[in-house]
Design a protein around this ligand. Structure first.
Ligand code: ADP
Length: 442
């Protein structure tokens, strides 16, 4: 980038120098041309007003600028007098533009290339009272000749200018780039204000992406650490109980108890692995989610029926109400989300408590609501319960077979379905989770 900006600045400077030189030469030449014609005009009028004609006196002639050529032409075009050439050899001048003009209008002018090409001749002619035309001419170098003579000085000036511009371009490029490099080096300093205000959105975007990358990396790191920890606990128990049985030191009763513990921990491991697999499947973006029309009420009723046995064991009254309500979604994902929400309402309940599952057709959405009269979630935990492995009460969750991943899975599934989740909960009173699904378009 630095090289590109620098070379572009140098190119602009070179172009500007070249254009200025050419334009200055052209401007100078047209100014010069106007000046020459003007002086010829003055001379012509001075001579014409004094009626200096055929009788041009030696003295007057001598006093004239020697580069001036004076010619007098008769109305027939015949050269009557010429200061530079023998009039006998001269052709008829009646067809010269400045002479035709002078005979017609009283005065005329013309600029022509001379035969030798490297000279330009300027003519000015005026009609005398005698009827003849007095013409003054002056030859100068052509624009090319004049240009040739100034080329060395022009080149010298251009080279000096070019060197100055190149040095300045280097300094300018550095001062353009420095704030950007500075910004890049301090990208994680969120207090930094960019040197150019136009770069603010750019900087904010990069910083946001940077933050996201760091957050993701941290989350992944935490997740791996959590997974290892969660897997380690049941595996350590299994290994310990198995070792006790292996040594043959345990009584028959103990053996049965240890086997039960091994079974319980193995189940816990299985649940954990299932949840982890499910999350990783949800995380991988390349799987296409198959969607179909689903009746949420029907699915909620099936889930409640499935959980009735557990509800009975926990002495919780579980009910479902509503009527058919259609959404567009992935069946197994929605089943999982409904199950996790209903299961939580049951697991974090109290004996004699209630769970109410409600489905309602709203104007634009379908409402799925699970409310319970359970232990509730303290305010300070409410934001975090959707994080992976976050539990309000770790031992209670484990005791009830929780993995800490259920709500993380629910959140993921709902976001894949553009559904919104609202949580209301009061510690000791109960929890209400409402989900708004977009209605299936009929
Ligand atoms: P877990 O497997 O531990 O239940 P979840 O992700 O399903 O994991 O829930 C995270 C935490 O949120 C739970 O450990 C529990 O503390 C809290 N929680 C979830 N649902 C409820 C509820 N209905 N009532 C009270 N607490 C709940």
């Amino acid at each position: 980038m630095r090289k590109k900006i620098n070379s572009q600045l140098v190119m602009i400077a070179a172009l500007a120098i070249l254009m200025t030189s050419v334009l200055a030469t052209i401007a100078y030449y047209s100014f010069f041309r106007a000046e020459v014609l003007n002086s010829l005009k003055t001379w012509t009028h001075v001579l014409a007003s004094n009626e200096i004609g055929l009788e041009l006196e030696e003295t007057v002639y001598e006093r004239l600028d020697e580069s001036l050529r004076v010619t007098i032409i008769s109305p027939a075009g015949k050269v009557l007098f010429d200061t530079n050439a023998d009039i006998g050899d001269m052709t008829n001048h009646g067809n010269r533009p400045e002479i035709i003009e002078a005979f017609q209008e009283g005065e005329g002018s013309d600029v022509r290339k001379s035969e030798t090409l490297d000279k330009t001749a300027f003519y000015y002619a005026a009609r005398l009272q005698s009827g003849n035309v007095l013409r003054l001419a002056r030859e100068t170098g052509s624009i090319f000749v004049m240009f040739r003579s100034v080329i060395p000085s022009l080149i010298a000036i251009a080279v000096v200018l070019f060197v100055i511009c190149t040095l300045l371009a280097g300094v300018l490029t550095k001062s353009f780039i420095r704030p950007i490099e500075n910004m890049a080096a301090n990208i994680d300093n969120y207090e930094m204000t960019p040197a150019y205000k136009e770069m603010r959105p750019f900087l904010e975007m990069i910083q946001k992406q940077h933050q996201d990358i760091i957050k993701n990396a941290r989350m992944r790191q935490d997740f791996t650490a959590n997974v290892s920890h969660e897997l380690k606990t049941p595996l350590t128990s299994i290994s310990g109980y198995a070792e006790l049985i292996e040594t043959g030191m345990a009584s028959e009763n103990d053996t049965r108890r240890f086997a039960r513990e091994i079974h319980r921990n193995a189940n816990r491991l299985l649940r954990l692995i299932n949840d982890i697999l499910q999350l990783s499947e949800l995380d991988s973006r390349d799987t296409v989610i198959e969607m179909e029309p689903l009746d949420i009420y029907d699915m909620a009723a099936t889930c409640v029926e499935m959980l009735q046995l557990n509800a009975g064991k926990s002495q919780v009254n579980m009910q479902v109400e509503g009527k058919e309500a259609w959404i567009f979604g992935n069946r197994s994902m929605i089943e999982e989300a409904i199950y996790n929400l209903c299961d939580n309402a049951l697991r974090y309940n109290v004996p004699g408590g209630k769970v109410m599952v409600r489905v309602e057709n709203l104007e634009e959405q379908v409402l799925f609501e699970v409310s319970d009269t359970g232990i509730g979630i303290p305010k300070e935990h409410q934001e975090r319960i959707f994080e992976r492995f976050y539990r309000v009460d770790k031992s209670r969750s484990k005791e009830r077979g929780g993995t800490g991943l259920g709500l993380a899975i629910v959140k993921h599934i709902l976001s894949e379905h553009q559904a919104e989740l609202f949580l209301e909960s009061e510690s000791g009173k109960g929890t209400r989770i409402r989900v708004h699904f977009p209605k299936k378009k009929s």
